[in-house]
Every structure is written in structure tokens, then in C-alpha cells.
Design a protein around this ligand. Structure first.
Ligand code: PLP
Length: 404
């Protein structure tokens, strides 16, 4: 029969995974609308208001009637502010022409992949990974090459692991530090060891997702752009959804060598064009404020919550193998000890998805690790008030004890 009738959706899209985090969030909304109390430790967005100077700048821009199409690569003062941010924060020379502003960093990552991949090119992705890397690589017709990492070193990709997976078809490596879902943050030494390997493979691009760079609780993040010898083939993606607490304003960016920046501008010019101009005006105010002062309350709260959770888990749930994440706002916990268990009402748990369903029945929503490439794990977000976290931990304990 005509393909038009048998297959209405393209195979590329039909095979695309749906975002698991969004599915879980919908189930929580459904349960709450039925009047059920659910503690949700799902969220990937800060529970803090948009900082005041950012709000004010947006309001002012609206009042001034700012409304034209923005330039595709972004407003010049914002590109300048981002270049300046990387210069001040990491000591790396970035020209505003290397910066391309997008509708969220997710788009920046997609622009980057579309700009460098030929069909079938391999992209090395350490596991666990942020949920969208795989679908984005597929959409860009690349081939994800998944590299398992170890809990012992908090899921950091090691130079040996990297070297083992490089082939002549490898085109890119995606790194994410601090990481979603693990919170793991690469030190300068960790990165330097990877640079040693990458030095000998000039055909590999490094896509460094640095979206949580300002949410680090021990020391300071390292940017991959700090490694001058690889700068020509490094594409940094970052954005305003996390530290600046403005995920719904949809604003992110990439920094790349001018040829790749031009390619990304071409892609974006033919798809979405420039990002929301009000959000861009507002972000300029954020980046030109005293960032440390602006973010201090959020960082302090996240650090406190992290410490409370770690203390609790280390004391009550060593079987979940908790470790103290250095950044972002997640714990990634092993539920392996509970796989194979069952209750009078449940068949033996096969994966973290079964565990997540079970915990949801107990009123606690966590994201199963399946979408992050590890169906033996579960992600707990601490982007919620401490009182909710405490309620969640207590539900976790009672639900797990019922399985003992
Ligand atoms: N990268 C990572 C690691 C993330 O966790 C997220 C959001 O959850 C993004 C990228 C995308 O952020 P946005 O598109 O909101 O800038």
C-alpha cells in the first residue's frame, strides 16, 4: 500500500522517545486533581523567583514597547555580556561573534549537533546522560555511542573509558558538568585527563553542556573552554533556566568557533529565528548584575538541602549508595537492592520504573533512571522546599521498609 497510508508519521519521529520527566509530572498533576497528596521531587527547575533585576528589566522592556524580531544570533549587548561572563568567570577569551542565543539551551545543543554531524557520525555520550541528548543526536541523524561509567567515581567519564570508545567515525563527545542527573562536577584534573586523550583525535568535537555551572557547592565549576588547545573544537552550551531561575522564558546559548557559530545561526534562522526579545533584554540585566550576590540565597538553600538529604540517606539508606553531589540539584540513587522484591500487590520489581510506580502509590514522585540510561537508578530533585524534602524522605523510608 502507499506509504502515505501505512505510515503517517516519519520513522525518525515515530522512533523518538517522549520525555519521561514530563510524563511523570503529568501523573502527579492527575493524582493531585483527584485530591491525593503527592510529594514531588521531580522538578528540574529551581523553586526560586526570577531575580528582581531581571524581572524589572523585562517589565521595562515591555513598557517601552520593545517588540521587533530580534537578530537571529541574539542582541549584541547580550552576546557581549555572555562573552564577558566567560572571560570573568573562567578567564577565557570569547568574542561576541562566537555567541549564538537560542530559545533555551536545548535548542543550542540541537543547533550544535545539526551544525557538525553527517548522517551516521558517532557521538560519544557517557551514561547516565541528560534525557534529551539521545533524541537530539537521533534527530540530527547521528549515532549515539553510549559509554558506561562507574558509581565509584560518581559516574565521571575516565580517560580509559573514553579512549576505548573512540573510532574513526567519532565526531563528537558530549560532556555535562555539573551533571543532570548525577550532580557530578568535573574538576580541572578530571577534564585535563580527558584532554590528554582528545589531543590525539583532532576529528572529535566536544559539546560541553555547562548549564549548571553556577550551581556548584564545593569550589567553582571549570569550563571546557579553559583548555586552550581544544578551544577550536569545543562548543559550550549554557542558558538561563537554572541559576537564573527563568526556565519558562526559554533562553540559552552556545559559544563556538566563528564557523560553527555561523552554521548555528543559519540553522536557527530557518527554524525559529531569534529568541524572545524581552527575555534577552532581561537576561542582560541578570548578567550585568553582581551575579554572586544575586545567586547567594539560592545557592545557600540548595547546599543546605543537599547536606540534609545526604546526611539522611547515608544514615538510613546506605543500600541506595548515596554520595554527595558537588553541583546541580539532584541525587541519583541506586535501587538495585530492591529489584526482584515484591509485595502482596506487586509482581517482583524489574526496573526503576516499577519502583517509581510503587513509590508514587505511596505518595512520592521521583524520576526513574531509565530515561537517563540507567534503569537501576532513580533521580531525586531538591529544587523544592526543605519541608517537602523531609516529607519525601520519610515517605521513601516507609515505602522501602514495607519492602524489607
Ligand atoms: N542540559 C541539561 C543538563 C539540563 O538539565 C537541561 C534542563 O533540564 C537543559 C540542558 C535544557 O535547558 P533549557 O533548554 O531550559 O535551557
Amino acid at each position: 500500500m502507499d506509504r502515505l497510508f501505512t505510515q503517517r508519521v516519519s520513522s525518525r519521529i515515530a522512533g523518538l522517545a517522549e520525555a519521561q520527566t514530563l510524563g511523570m509530572a503529568q501523573r502527579v498533576r492527575d493524582l493531585r486533581s483527584q485530591g491525593k497528596r503527592v510529594v514531588s521531587l521531580l522538578l528540574g527547575e529551581p523553586d526560586f523567583p526570577v531575580p528582581e533585576p531581571i524581572q524589572e528589566a523585562a517589565i521595562q522592556a515591555i513598557r517601552e514597547g520593545v517588540a521587533p524580531y530580534p537578530p537571529v544570533p541574539g542582541l549584541a549587548p547580550l552576546r557581549e555580556a555572555i562573552a564577558n561572563y566567560y572571560a570573568c568567570q573562567y578567564g577565557v577569551p570569547v568574542s561576541p561573534h562566537q555567541v549564538v542565543i537560542s530559545n533555551g539551551s536545548k535548542q543550542a545543543i540541537y543547533n550544535a549537533l545539526l551544525s557538525i554531524l553527517e548522517p551516521g557520525d558517532e557521538v560519544i555520550i557517557p551514561v547516565p546522560y541528560w534525557v534529551s541528548y539521545l533524541p537530539l543526536v537521533h534527530l540530527a541523524q547521528g549515532r549515539p555511542v553510549l559509554v558506561p561509567t562507574n558509581q565509584q567515581n560518581q559516574y565521571r567519564l575516565t580517560p580509559d573509558q573514553l579512549a576505548r570508545y573512540i573510532t574513526p567515525r567519532t565526531r563528537a563527545l558530549i560532556l555535562n558538568s555539573p551533571s543532570n542527573p548525577t550532580g557530578t562536577t568535573y574538576s580541572r584534573e578530571d577534564y585535563a585527563a580527558l584532554v590528554e586523550v582528545l589531543r590525539d583525535h583532532p576529528h572529535i568535537w566536544i559539546i560541553a553542556d555547562e548549564i549548571y555551572d553556577l550551581l556548584v557547592y564545593e569550589g567553582k565549576a571549570v569550563s571546557f573552554l579553559e583548555f586552550a588547545e581544544l578551544r577550536e573544537r569545543t562548543i559550550v552550551c549554557n542558558g538561563f533556566s537554572k541559576a537564573f531561575a527563568m526556565p519558562g522564558w526559554r533562553l540559552g546559548y552556545l559559544i563556538a568557533s566563528p564557523d560553527i557559530a555561523q552554521a548555528a545561526i543559519k540553522v536557527q534562522g530557518q527554524t525559529t529565528a531569534g529568541a524572545n526579545i524581552i527575555a534577552q533584554k532581561a537576561a542582560i540585566a541578570g548578567l550585568t548584575s553582581d551575579i554572586e550576590t544575586l545567586l547567594a540565597p539560592m545557592r545557600k538553600a540548595f547546599r543546605e538541602r543537599r547536606d540534609v538529604i545526604y546526611q539522611y540517606l547515608a544514615t538510613h539508606h546506605p543500600e541506595l549508595h548515596p554520595y554527595k553531589p558537588e553541583g546541580a540539584f539532584y541525587f541519583f540513587l541506586s535501587v538495585e537492592a530492591y529489584l526482584g522484591r515484591k509485595t502482596a500487590h506487586h509482581a517482583p520489581f524489574q526496573t526503576a520504573d516499577d519502583m517509581a510506580d510503587y513509590l508514587l502509590e505511596h505518595g512520592l514522585a521521583l524520576v526513574p533512571g531509565t530515561g537517563f540510561g540507567m534503569p537501576t537508578h532513580i533521580r531525586l530533585s531538591y529544587a523544592v522546599a526543605l519541608s517537602e524534602i523531609e516529607a519525601g524522605l520519610s515517605l521513601l523510608t516507609s515505602a522501602l521498609h514495607a519492602l524489607a
